[in-house]
Design a protein around this ligand. Structure first.
Ligand SMILES: [Zn+2]
Length: 384
């Protein structure tokens, strides 16, 4: 009788029992102290209990399908769960198995005892287990939202110090490019946005990322937000530039704590849904035939070249000269192209790609050599 109730309880997991029912079920489905024979179907059902739910019931802290391995002295989560196969595996000590194995090994029980434990716990496991939702990155760039964001952000003091004192960029150039900064915490930025947008919208726009209980802003802050516009001036993407490495704290302890986090931050991020594109495309519109067009690698060099009074566009990086970008380059009204390649392999790769495009489209490409010791134009401009 116990056995059949146990099975029916497992079968009822499509509709999780209420907490009251769980207590009742627990009371009636406990196996008697002596061993109860189980048939294969029962055991198979126990094997189908969600592995991560079983791990959580055992007290393991599962995050992103991983946890600290309880079978060896683990410091970084090396035990991973396969939701598809319903198994676990440790990449350090090679512990592996199904839900029954996990209970056996973790609680040091026999096979039958482990099955009993799972049968007793299964209602709780089923009702408490919430599969982690993996947020998918949007494939579409939400221009209206990001226009609102750019329109409502200032150019803060950290950004001004970086752009004008450190990089020596021209004020008019920076203001024309509509560069802004986030200098509050990501959490505060999200709180501000939540006054106007729903949680679902913010997720759809990709500005919120992370798991349900640990949501955070997509962009690492503090950062610059650099808008990318089409030739016609419509917003096509945002690139962030992390500024956290420039923050200074009063105590060595606070500084060390911050630096450890800052070291993990990506220097550049592209807004969700935006695709590799050319920076400062609107300049193509007012270029006269035969007027100089400078082609740079990355936004920093581009703003440096623009600050020197030249007209420039930027390819985000040497590896991002897509066929779409080549078409855009070829559509430039001028055939008078200039480049001062970065003094490294990536710079050389970009030069060759631009040179090939110039040859195909009949443009004249002039190569400029940066002074000794300047790795890129931005550095040359800063030092001059
Ligand atoms: Zn292990």
């Amino acid at each position: 009788m116990c056995k059949s109730r146990c099975v029916s309880q497992i079968e009822s997991r499509a509709t999780p029992p209420t907490s009251e029912e769980v207590v009742q079920l627990q009371a009636v489905t406990l196996f008697p102290k002596e061993m109860t024979p189980m048939d294969r179907a029962d055991i198979d059902k126990l094997r189908e209990l969600p592995i991560e739910g079983v791990a959580e019931r055992l007290g393991l802290n599962v995050k992103r399908h991983h946890c600290l391995c309880p079978f060896h002295g683990d410091r970084t989560p090396s035990l991973s769960f396969s939701v598809k196969r319903n198994t676990y595996r440790c990449w350090s000590c090679s512990a592996r198995g199904d839900p029954i194995d996990l209970v056996r090994n973790y609680l040091n029980k026999s096979f039958v005892e482990a099955c009993q434990w799972l049968a007793d716990e299964n209602a709780i496991i089923i009702s408490e287990y919430k599969p982690e939702k993996t947020m998918t990155q949007p494939t579409k760039f939400h221009a209206d939202f990001y226009s609102f964001l750019i329109g409502n952000l200032p150019l803060g003091s950290l950004a001004q110090d970086f752009l004008f004192n450190d990089r020596k960029y021209n004020h008019d150039v920076v203001s024309r490019l509509d560069i802004k900064s986030v200098e509050c915490s990501g959490r505060r930025l999200l709180d501000f946005l939540r006054q106007r947008f729903t949680e679902e919208q913010l997720q759809e726009y990709g500005i919120v990322s992370g798991q349900a209980d640990r949501k955070h802003c997509f962009f690492w802050s503090p950062c610059l937000l650099i808008p990318y516009f089409s030739v016609d001036g419509s917003l096509e993407g945002i690139q962030s530039r992390y500024l956290g490495t420039r923050m200074r704290f009063n105590t060595a302890e606070a500084q060390a704590k911050h630096d450890a986090i800052a070291a993990k931050a990506p220097r550049f991020q592209f807004s969700p849904g935006s695709h590799p594109m050319i920076f400062n495309l609107p300049v193509l519109k007012d270029l006269k035939p035969d007027e100089e067009l400078w082609i740079t690698e990355g936004v920093s060099d581009c703003i440096g070249v623009m600050s020197s009074g030249r007209k420039a566009i930027a390819i985000p990086s040497a590896t991002l000269l897509t066929s779409k970008n080549k078409v855009l380059l070829a559509s430039a009204p001028t055939r008078n192209w200039h480049i001062a390649p970065d003094q490294d392999q990536a710079g050389e790769t970009l030069f060759q790609a631009i040179e090939a495009t110039a040859n195909e489209t009949g443009a004249k490409l002039t190569r400029h050599q940066l002074p000794e010791g300047c790795k890129d134009f931005s550095e040359y401009w800063k030092r001059r």
